[in-house]
Design a protein around this ligand. Structure first.
Ligand code: G3P
Ligand code: CA
Length: 269
């Protein structure tokens, strides 16, 4: 797409919209992906978990309290993890009002609905498997939905999909089951040199909290080859000021994730 091509041609980091465009619309919902699209952002990040009855849904937190009205709909179970609710129960929740009345009625989307919307918008995806330890076997379930929606076909795999997690076992499992998929390890602190080499055996990217790293980390990443034999990449998160966006770009990062992706794109000129 135009944005990706322009960034690559000018060697600028590519911008991904965090949880869609979380600074402007309710995170991890279809309106958030549409908002990113309206801002000209063709790459989005999101978080996937699993319901009690096996549906894959988008949710960042362990439970539903911050981003839905679960406390009024299911008061006795409000603090339970998302995996204690069925898909039908989640469909009763409002996942938009917390961010403003104009988003009232927004639902938690399924992964399948999300992939359809991203296809319609022509957007690429950084798909984070959230809390994989709470959802044993979720990797296979995700691959099933990706296959059903055509996201394991050549062009999606080559250009549009990266699967990532803080859980290295989940990343390794995805790489083992579908070696052709691009993968990413998320880290909260700068990894040691040997940890980085370990990640490069099964991942193409290592994506840190940008505040924990600097230019020498980016250089160390680029000196290694990732799982597919190309230079290991890094897409730091969550870069929400213009000065930080310019700093991360100055390190030579391959991309960055932002709640305000249009701001980050403008900052890089
Ligand atoms: O893109 C990675 C970033 O989303 C990781 O942090 O907490 O927003 O999922 P978090
Ligand atoms: Ca995330």
């Amino acid at each position: 797409t135009a944005t990706a091509a322009a960034a690559a041609a000018e060697n600028r980091p590519r911008i991904s919209g965090h949880r869609g465009a979380a600074g402007y619309a309710p995170e991890n919902t279809l309106p958030s992906f549409d908002k990113a699209d309206a801002l000209g952002i063709d790459w989005v990040e999101t978080d996937v978990q699993r319901t009690r009855d096996g549906e894959l849904v988008l949710l960042h937190d362990r439970d539903l309290r911050r981003t839905t009205n679960v406390e009024s709909v299911f008061p006795s179970r409000a603090d339970r993890p998302v995996g204690d609710f069925t898909a039908a129960e989640l469909a009763r929740l409002d996942a938009g009002s917390w961010m403003g009345a104009r988003f009232a009625g927004t639902r938690i989307p399924t992964l399948g609905q999300t992939l359809d919307r991203l296809d319609r918008n022509g957007q690429s995806l950084l798909l984070e498997i959230k809390q994989p330890d709470l959802h044993p076997g979720i990797e296979g379930d995700i691959l099933d939905v990706l296959a059903r929606k055509g996201w394991l076909d050549g062009s999606h795999v080559d250009h549009r999909l990266t699967v990532m997690s803080f859980g290295t076992n989940a990343v390794r499992t995805i790489h083992r089951k579908r070696p052709e998929l691009k993968t990413s390890v998320l880290v909260t602190a700068r990894p040691s040199a040997s940890a980085l080499r370990g990640y490069a055996a099964y991942a193409d990217q290592v994506n840190p909290d940008y505040r924990q790293v600097s230019g020498d980390f980016v250089a160390a990443v680029h000196a290694l080859k990732g799982a597919h034999g190309k230079p290991l990449e890094t897409v730091p998160w969550v870069v929400n000021t213009a000065s930080a966006a310019r700093e991360v770009a100055g390190w030579g990062a391959d991309g960055m994730t932002s709640d305000l992706p249009d701001m980050a794109a403008r900052a890089l000129g």
